[in-house]
Design a protein around this ligand. Structure first.
Ligand code: PGA
Length: 253
């Protein structure tokens, strides 16, 4: 199966609109030149309208970092899927920082995923175990459960477009990345089989599974050369134009 590699930059809570424009201007030209990789930038909500016109026609997609599952109403501070869709084609769902600091669960991930699909957004769904779970050998069990509950009850019609990001919590922002081999084992032996159980082999084979957690220009090829790693979700390094461009180049297979 030839899956197009996918590299997304998750800017998290960084950059004012002026800084966001500046960051995009520093990577736009070299990123445009990299074809055959699906490229996505996910700025904070406030910078999305500023970044949107800069990316138009560039082949670089725009994504949000979150959404709410309800269509509208009294949900102070939240943003609905159709509002995200006004500007974006992609949305990150269930990032571990949202699970850890904002009480998101596999159930809320499932609701958000359905809301995203309903408006035709491409979701990037994050899963991954904590350090404790990793050290006590629970990775497979935890990730399998996150997939089973997070993806519960979805039809198969849309599913091959959904992107999954395996992000071990202990590797995020710590400078302590997983190894390519370890991540590839989780992707190929745990995540893809769990997706196949829900959606069939064909759909599971088509779905991109990204690795995320301390990816840098120096270690990106180690991940992207693995058989079941289809790209990366990049945090810290996506704020450094040269690094992000180099990581995206490494995704050229
Ligand atoms: P990091 O973050 O690259 O800074 O480790 C990855 C992520 O949280 O998506």
């Amino acid at each position: 199966m030839n899956r197009t590699l996918f590299v997304a930059g998750n800017w998290k809570m960084n950059k004012t609109t002026a800084e966001a424009r500046d960051l995009v201007s520093k990577m736009l030209a070299p990123l445009r030149e990299i074809s055959n990789v699906e490229k996505v930038l996910c700025p904070p909500f406030t910078s999305i309208p500023a970044v949107s016109p800069l990316l138009e026609g560039s082949g670089i997609g725009l994504g949000a970092q979150n959404l709410h599952w309800e269509e509208k109403g009294a949900f102070t501070g939240e943003v609905a899927a159709n509002m995200v869709k006004e500007f974006c084609r992609y949305v990150i769902i269930g990032h571990s920082e949202r699970r850890t600091y904002f009480g998101e669960t596999d159930e809320t991930v499932n609701r958000k995923l359905r809301a995203a699909i309903k408006v035709d957004l491409i979701p990037i769904v994050c899963v991954g175990e904590t350090l404790d779970q990793f050290e006590s050998g629970q990775t497979a069990e935890v990730v399998r459960r996150q997939i089973r509950l997070g993806f519960a009850g979805l039809g198969t019609a849309y599913v091959s477009r959904i992107v999954v990001a395996y992000e071990p919590v202990w590797a995020i922002g710590t400078g302590k990345a997983s190894s390519g081999e370890n991540a590839n084992t989780v992707h190929g032996k745990v995540i893809r089989p769990a997706l196949a159980e829900l959606f069939g082999d064909r759909n599971a084979e088509a779905m991109r599974i990204l690795y995320g957690g301390s990816v840098t220009a120096a270690n990106s090829s180690e991940f992207f050369s693995q058989s079941d790693i289809d790209g990366g979700l990049i945090g810290g390094a996506s704020l450094k134009p040269d690094e992000f461009v180099a990581i995206t180049k490494a995704a050229l297979r």
